[in-house]
Design a protein around this ligand. Structure first.
Ligand SMILES: N[C@@H](CCC(=O)N[C@@H](CS)C(=O)NCC(=O)O)C(=O)O
Length: 227
């Protein structure tokens, strides 16, 4: 980022209290319809970080070729490069970005009790969220050979629980957004693409709206379900 761009950024966002970290050199390898990728992209944007977005051709199998496997041996997006450092796995990227660039500790609180609560939701994002709404969307949008009925059932089990939690507070871990909310946002917001309706979950829908109102929020493109 040039000095001029940096000043423009600061004046556009009015973020005098949260100055940009010095000259980050960030590249995010991603697929534009991947919720895991969007999670990382959203975090970058919420932190006001500029990153080069590098599209990975998942349909063409680029992620299973040696150059990409050298970045992530699991052959999955997203992968973040920060200078010479490579970080793969969306939740690992969230933690890295918050530790490295969120000086105020807004998203990854230092307090051990709150941090433990945030980690609890990161586990849910890698577990129930992936097996439920994310899997249902994989079937409907990408024709993945998974059991759609099972994924839909798991999605509603998760959303029933989330609805109760979010009826009690505005964000998953208290009054302000944390990594927990960033990690759970995308596959919840895009659940209808997997034929998982959010109609019965008003507290969840209000929470999605609160996240979408955060300064720096960026959406993932909507995809029509194929069913
Ligand atoms: N645990 C990984 C999962 C990432 C993931 O499932 N990525 C998908 C796209 S949403 C992918 O790259 N799929 C290709 C594959 O697994 O071969 C993370 O959180 O980053």
């Amino acid at each position: 980022m040039t000095c001029q761009q940096r000043l423009l950024f600061l004046s556009e966002r009015g973020r005098t209290l949260h100055p940009m970290p010095e000259a980050p050199s960030l590249r995010l390898h991603r697929f534009s319809l991947s919720g895991h990728s969007h999670r990382a992209e959203l975090m970058l944007s919420l932190l006001g970080l500029n990153a080069e977005l590098v599209n990975v051709d998942l349909r063409g199998g680029e992620h299973k070729q040696p150059p990409f496997l050298a970045k992530n041996s699991f052959g999955q997006v997203p992968v973040l490069e920060d200078g010479a450092l490579t970080v793969s796995d969306s939740n690992a990227i969230l933690v890295y970005l918050a530790e490295r660039y969120d000086a105020q500790g807004r998203y990854w609180p230092a307090d051990p009790a709150r941090r433990g609560q945030v980690q609890r939701w990161l586990s849910v994002a890698a577990g129930q969220l992936a097996a439920g709404p994310a899997a249902a969307r994989l079937v409907r949008v990408f024709n993945a050979p998974l059991d759609h009925a099972v994924a839909v059932r798991k999605a509603h089990e998760l959303f029933t629980l989330l609805e109760k939690e979010l009826s009690a507070r505005p964000f998953l871990v208290g009054e302000t957004a944390t990594l927990a909310d960033v990690a759970l946002y995308t596959y919840t917001a895009h659940a209808p693409e997997g034929d998982v309706s959010l109609e019965a979950y008003p507290a969840i829908r209000q929470w999605l709206t609160r996240i979408e109102a955060l300064p720096g929020f960026v959406p993932m493109p909507r995809t029509p379900a194929k069913s």
